[in-house]
Design a binder for this molecule. Structure first.
Ligand code: FES
Ligand code: FES
Length: 162
């Protein structure tokens, strides 16, 4: 729905709550989430689809928020890492990230978590190789990836889905 001076109204169900915003029609989803919905857990990195730090789930599928326009997901359900914890209590996956040291500077973490959640919910058998393949679009400059792979495999072994 376009209106005004090249702006568009977009309504997204963000982590279960409806949010409506009006922004220039070319606003990326990651920018919209931060500026319209104050979802600052979603980080903007490369802004060209290569680092994965802006990854969120759109109707359950992982998508990079910098290569998706907000208007494209009008009416969709978007999930970010803010949906994972239960109040103060970390989700099982987040707890594994904490235990294994999979989150260091934390810049990549929310995108890693959401890509991993997509995998955990998929029902496929989660092996280290599967995790590496699934997370290939998420770059981390800190951990060398092994701790992240361990965290996701451990979470899957416990049946975690978040
Ligand atoms: S900021 Fe979106 S992939 Fe890097
Ligand atoms: S923990 Fe720093 S980029 Fe991954």
């Amino acid at each position: 729905m376009t209106g005004g001076m090249g702006t568009a109204e977009t309504t997204i169900t963000l982590n279960g709550a409806e949010v409506t915003g009006r922004a220039p029609a070319d606003t990326t989803l990651v920018r919209w989430l931060r500026e319209q919905a104050h979802a600052y857990e979603v980080k903007e990195g490369c802004n060209e689809g290569t680092c994965g730090t802006c990854t969120v789930l759109v109707d359950g599928r992982a998508a990079t928020g910098c290569t998706t326009l907000a208007v494209q997901v009008d009416g969709a359900a978007v999930e970010t890492s803010a949906s994972l914890a239960d109040g103060e209590e970390l989700s099982p996956l987040q707890a594994k990230f904490w235990e294994t040291g999979a989150a260091q500077c934390g810049f990549c973490t929310q995108g890693m978590l959401m890509s991993a959640v997509e995998l955990l919910r998929s029902g496929v058998e989660v092996t280290p190789a599967v995790v590496r393949e699934h997370l290939h679009g998420n770059l981390c400059r800190c951990t060398g990836y092994q701790a992240i792979v361990d965290a996701v495999v451990d979470a899957a072994a416990e049946g975690a889905t978040r």
